[in-house]
Design a protein around this ligand. Structure first.
Ligand code: SAM
Length: 170
């Protein structure tokens, strides 16, 4: 006989699998204003050397990083797997008046080709970094800048490191 405990456990497992797809990337932990400001400042300082025509936040959560970047003149899209966060971030970009300048895809970023982007921002889990590194090396153009919060990406050329942002150039 199926007990309430089994049903509860199954519901919890279902919830965790969809809310925190650990095999696909990091769960949602929003970055804080100070760290986002630090990233924006670093990227502003790199503008002379890099064009930064199109950026994307891989796992854009509630949209706070891409909103901050767009407000500072970086054209930044997002991709977010979680449907609830995706909807929430769409509402936030519309409220910020950025609905026409950026797109947030509700998708697994491993399924998106990143070759049109020259700036990649992410905060992902160490478990997926090797797989992600392979993808970035195959798809990205030379000169593309990759900014990873907290966790390092193996086999990429780190050119800068500030406030836990690891900055790489392809
Ligand atoms: C640590 S949070 C970072 C959120 C946001 N970038 C920020 O810095 O505030 C990681 C986000 O990545 C999303 N995510 C994890 N794996 C993903 C995947 N494979 N494709 C798209 N989004 C993913 C999670 O749902 C979560 O919102």
């Amino acid at each position: 006989m199926i007990s309430w405990f089994t049903i509860l456990l199954a519901a919890l497992g279902y919830f965790l699998f969809f809310m925190f797809p650990l095999n696909k990337g990091a769960p949602f932990i929003p970055n804080n204003k100070r760290k986002i400001h630090s990233l924006v400042e670093t990227l502003q300082g790199m503008k002379g050397k890099h064009k930064f025509e199109k950026a994307i936040d891989l796992g854009s959560g509630d949209g706070r990083v891409l909103i901050a970047l767009n407000k500072e003149g970086f054209h930044c899209d997002g991709v977010e797997l979680n449907k609830i966060l995706h909807k929430q971030s769409i509402k936030k970009i519309e409220k910020a008046g950025l609905g026409d300048v950026c797109t947030i895809f509700n998708e697994d970023f491993f399924k998106i080709n990143l070759n049109k982007y020259d700036l990649i921002v992410l905060w992902q889990s160490p478990q997926i970094m090797s797989k992600l590194s392979q993808k970035l090396k195959i798809e990205l153009k030379k000169g593309t800048v990759v900014c990873s919060y907290y966790f390092k990406i193996p086999d990429l050329n780190e050119i800068h490191n500030k406030d836990n942002w690891h900055i790489y150039a392809i």
